[in-house]
Write a protein that binds this ligand. Structure first.
Ligand code: BJW
Ligand code: ZN
Length: 264
């Protein structure tokens, strides 16, 4: 079957795109952490189950019931404290070691597993489970994965803090978002891993890579999609590898290393 996910020809094509790229960007979603044991959002057993999105992932939900929201996020913090990066995170960190600062991971995830796998250039566009933010004094604090109460207080002013997470209807952190857009505008290849590509503006970065053919800008880049199944991003994908990221990415990176060694 020509389009079998683990067809060596497709793995090779993806690796060749990377080997001929000057700059690489990666857009990751919950699927990249699934094999570590972090639930995805939109699977039938996904995180939203038992919770309405508007109750736990909107500023309105937080204003109405901060206790419920903190119980939800504390459960996720406790889960993340028990997991480790998987071969997909490590494979991406190996690629970063090759490209250096010409490699950017743009992650929608809030679990910190890319950094735990050794990645340095990570843009967390939806925030982090590890940080709290104070609506009163603006202090953002790294609280790690320590156990927090269901009504945690600001370390500076003592008022109630919220998770430093981007909820629906909120804008993304402007400086980080700016860098993510630049990475998408400048990359020769974008790898899209484990995202359903339905949440904007992050999903819009995929279109940026394909549409940027205006005069003066770089020509369209290549898009490699790694997912269990086709998604809203698949129409933009030049290569689609539909199998677990923890299987696919190490194969692509192995082949990439071979191609780079052969070219020397
Ligand atoms: C595997 C795998 C394995 C599984 N290997 N793969 C334009 C059009 C329409 C709507 C909008 C728009 N622009 C803005 C909006 C509104 C909204 C939005 O996008 N809504 C859509 C849902 C319709 N966006 C926003 O509100 C954003 N803000 C904004 O736009 O500000 C400007 C503004 C302000 C005011 C008014 C209007 C505009 C903010 C979005 C914040 C999203 N936050 C969340 C929750 C954070 C809380 C938290 O983490 O606790 O972030 S939503 C949730 O979805 C989370 C994720 O980061 C995000 C993306 O999900 P992801 O990662 O794709 O996960 P899944 O579960 O959907 O997919 C997993 C995939 O993995 C699947 O495809 C599996 O097959 C795959 N997989 N195992 C490989 N082993
Ligand atoms: Zn404060």
């Amino acid at each position: 079957m020509a389009d079998h996910p683990l067809d060596p020809a497709l793995i090779r094509r993806a690796a060749a795109m990377l080997a001929t790229s000057e700059r690489v960007a990666v857009l990751t979603g919950a699927g990249v952490s699934a094999e570590s044991g972090v639930p995805t959002f939109r699977a039938s057993d996904g995180l939203w189950e038992g919770h309405r999105i508007e109750d736990v992932a909107t500023p309105q939900g937080y204003a109405k019931n901060p206790l419920l929201v903190w119980q939800f996020y504390n459960a996720r913090r406790a889960n993340v404290a028990t997991v480790t990066p998987n071969p997909a995170h490590f494979a991406l960190a190996v690629l970063e070691a090759h490209f250096g600062d010409r490699f950017t991971v743009i992650t929608q995830n809030v679990d910190g597993l890319h950094q735990q796998a050794g990645a340095k250039n990570v843009l967390e566009v939806h925030g982090s489970l590890r940080r709290t933010r104070c609506p009163n004094c603006g202090d953002v604090a790294d609280r790690g994965l320590e156990t927090l109460s269901d009504k945690p207080e600001c370390l500076k002013c003592g008022r109630a803090v919220r998770p430093d997470i981007v909820w629906f209807g909120e804008t993304l952190p402007p400086d980080i978002w700016q860098k993510a857009q630049e990475a998408a505008e400048e990359c020769d290849t974008l790898i899209v891993v484990g995202t359903s590509a339905v949440v904007y503006p992050a999903a819009g970065l995929i279109g940026v890579v394909k549409r940027r053919s205006q005069w003066g800008a770089k020509l369209a880049g290549d898009v490699i999609e790694v997912n269990l199944e086709p998604t809203d991003a698949s129409a933009h994908a030049d290569v689609g590898l539909y199998a677990p990221a923890g299987v696919v990415l190490p194969l692509v990176v192995e082949k990439f290393k071979e191609l780079v060694a052969d070219a020397k």
